[in-house]
Design a protein around this ligand. Structure first.
Ligand code: NAI
Length: 586
């Protein structure tokens, strides 16, 4: 039976291609593996091989035609064989809305502009989602009001990313002075941690950045209301202000950016009220003294970053994780580097270990667990850090009054960040099914603001990096090797150790590696994973590679400056192509 030849999909975002040239004419014999035609997109030209042997019965689209991916462009079969009248192409399917999310519904611009001709937008929450959304909407001409109940900058700037990174920087410097200074010819006497100053510096950094947002609001003429907002109707909010007064707002559009709060697992004895030794990440960033010991429940991002900081300051840390691996979101080759570093610092890791109860003791708390073999394990410590995830902060918003669909409080949105209610958008940690990260919230904020202001925009998670600021840093974008395997993809892997890079040796002794996953046929970069110094900065090249559908060749042909750690990226690409320079051949 005749087989159809279709326009291939050569990249994650390719929707159509131009047939540059047919290498065979109708009636010619072709063999499987012969180049049959060449196709070009805006960024690449590829020769496409015949997948079947036979006679080229019919060319449906001649050279020069632009054809949608997966559409039939030719038929191959037995000589003289008839081809089906129906070319088998189905009508183009509508873009499916994300599972459990509302389809793109009414246009973003649901209401008429305000009396002064400006569209009015209210943003609930001034975290990295809300404040970025507010600035973008103001740039595009909206009259923007932000309602914030606590602090500008949200969790990220006040009790999350920024304070954690500031404390980790103190820890890193302390560790470097202890472990490297003498070796590299810098003698430091009596190095010690002044924990009060660590915390003071952290607070100053946060305050500086929070102040910066205040300045940006003023410069963009954004109104800030100190208070909390709750829905009283579809696009109607009641704001309870800090002074107790109330105001009703009925803007043209609303962006919900209310973030998330630490989740408390249903484990007996784990509540802060029951036992002050049990703390969440917020309290861990406000301690007055370095604890002698700490049990971390949850080997996720928060758990490992804080385990790293406190272990460096001298705390004896034990990490208890319910799953059989740490940081399942990252490529496990990368996780292994960080875990082994922390183990060398004395951190204990206990996998497949389920916490049953936390008992209050004179020391602080005793964490009682059962491992996968049914053994009972106990870890007693001054502090028990509960880092088992975060939940959306929407309880007080009264989503039901507006009829906003949600999954246990996490708001359902499409890629335009629209909820099911026209004119109401949601972004950041309070939405369902997306990464809970500051940079995703900001990206979503810009998308929401642009859609409200009439610029079509969609949130694209494919370029979203995950970063873990432990020692050494870990960062990842795109597909992990496990995911490529699970999808049955034909992929190749390139790896390059930091140990073979001059700048990395100088920075941290050469601990870490870069790993690139690329599609075997065209070398398209599918995933980049890094452990090592400045991994969280380097990952931007990987994210860009994925965005522009770069191939290994393109990474290789890009000159990387020397001496830099970025050279490891190019070397990993070279390794995937079997031509690595600074390592012996595999
Ligand atoms: P997480 O989801 O990353 O990790 C929580 C871990 O706790 C999981 O591995 C889970 O298996 C484990 N767990 C859950 N219940 C448990 C139990 N009863 N006993 C033992 N282990 C248990 O959540 P995490 O670390 O709290 O972070 C929350 C959010 O904040 C995440 O979305 C994270 O991406 C974000 N975040 C991002 C940072 C970054 O980008 N560098 C830094 C800090 C947080």
């Amino acid at each position: 039976m005749a087989t159809k030849v279709v326009m291939p999909t050569l990249g994650l975002t390719m929707t159509e291609g131009t047939i540059e040239e047919w290498k065979a004419n109708e009636g010619d014999k072709v063999n499987k593996g012969d180049v049959l035609f060449s196709v070009s997109t805006d960024k690449l030209t590829n020769d496409i091989e015949a997948e079947e042997s036979g006679t080229l019965l019919k060319v449906v689209h001649p050279a020069g035609s632009v054809v949608e991916c997966k559409k039939t462009i030719a038929w191959i079969g037995e000589e003289g064989e008839a081809i089906p009248e129906d070319d088998g192409d189905e009508a183009p399917a509508e873009d499916a809305a994300p599972e459990a999310a509302p389809a793109a519904s009414a246009p973003a611009t649901a209401s008429e502009p305000a009396a002064d001709g400006k569209k009015s937008v209210v943003v609930i929450g001034a975290g990295p989602g809300g404040y970025v959304a507010a600035i973008r909407a103001a740039q595009l001409g909206a009259d923007v009001t932000v309602v914030e109940q606590e602090y500008l900058g949200g969790t990220c700037l006040n009790v999350g990313c920024i304070p954690t990174k500031s404390i980790l920087h103190s820890a890193e410097l302390y560790e470097q002075v202890k472990s490297q200074a003498a070796n590299i010819g810098v003698d430091v006497e009596g190095v010690s941690v002044n924990f009060g100053q660590v915390m003071k510096h952290k607070s100053e950094v946060s305050a500086q950045l929070v102040g910066g947002i205040g300045g940006l609001f003023a410069a963009n003429k954004i109104t800030k209301i100190d208070g909390s907002a709750a829905f009283t109707g579809e696009k109607q909010l009641e704001v309870t202000k800090a002074d107790g007064s109330k105001e009703t707002l009925t803007p043209d559009a609303i962006i919900v950016a209310s973030g998330s709060v630490n989740a408390t697992p249903p484990i007996p004895g784990v509540g802060k009220d029951e036992n002050p030794a049990c703390i969440g990440s917020t309290e861990a960033l406000e301690l007055e003294e370095i604890p002698k010991s700490m049990v971390v429940i949850g080997g996720g991002v928060i758990g490992l970053e804080l385990a790293c900081a406190y272990a460096t300051f001298g705390t004896k840390v034990e990490v208890v994780e319910a799953l059989d691996k740490m940081l399942p979101i990252l490529d496990q080759d990368i996780v292994a580097v960080g875990v082994s570093h922390l183990e060398n610092m004395g951190v204990g890791f206990h996998l497949s270990c389920t916490v049953q109860e936390v008992e209050k003791t004179a020391v602080g708390g005793k964490v009682k667990c059962v491992d996968k073999d049914g053994n009972n394990l106990e870890f007693e410590a001054e502090k028990v850090l509960v880092a088992v995830g975060r939940r959306s902060n929407t309880e007080a918003l009264n989503l039901d009054a507006a009829g906003i669909k949600n999954d246990r409080g996490r708001i359902l949105v499409n890629d335009k960040m629209q909820t099911n209610v026209p004119g109401v958008y949601a972004i950041g940690d309070c939405v369902f099914g997306k990464a809970m990260l500051a940079h995703t919230a900001s990206a979503m904020g810009e998308v929401a603001a642009e859609n409200i202001m009439g610029i079509a925009a969609e949130y694209d998670q494919s370029t979203c990096p995950s970063c873990v600021y432990m020692e050494p840093e870990a960062a990842s974008v795109g597909m992990t090797e496990d995911e490529a395997k699970a999808k049955g993809l034909d992929y190749k892997v390139g790896k390059f150790p930091m140990m073979a890079n001059g700048k990395a040796i100088i920075a941290n002794g050469g601990e870490g590696l870069v790993k690139i996953i690329a599609d075997s046929k065209y070398g398209q970069v599918l995933g980049v994973h890094i452990a090592g110094p400045r991994a969280t900065d380097l990952i931007a090249e990987g994210a860009l590679a994925i965005k522009v559908e770069a191939t290994l060749d393109e990474l290789i042909e890009t000159i990387h400056s020397h001496p830099t750690i970025s050279e490891t990226m190019r070397e990993a690409a070279l390794d995937a192509e079997g031509r690595v320079i600074h390592m012996p051949p595999r």
